[in-house]
Design a protein around this ligand. Sequence first.
Ligand code: FES
Length: 87
Amino acid sequence: MKPKQTLYLCMGSACHQLGGFRLIPIMQSLIARHNLEDCLEVKGAFCLEMCEHGRLLKFDGSVITGLTADNITERFEAEILPRCQGI
Ligand code: FES
C-alpha cells in the first residue's frame, strides 16, 4: 500500500484571519465523498509564506491559492482529484 499523500492547508495567522480553518472540514468531507481516506489526508501547516494569496494549500509540490468555501469543491475536483486517482 502506498503512503498517504497530504494536503497541507495553511493555518498561519493571515490565512486563519481569512477563515482558512473553515476549509479543513470541507476538505475532509471531499476526501470522504471521493473515498480517498486511505490515500489522502489533510493537515494544517504553518505559514506557507504566500500570505498575499490567502487561504491556500500545498499539495504534491505545488501551491493552490485563492481557496474559499465557495470554490474549494470545484478547485479540489479540478486541481487535486486528478492527481490522486493514480495513487
Ligand atoms: S498565513 Fe497562510 S501563507 Fe502566510
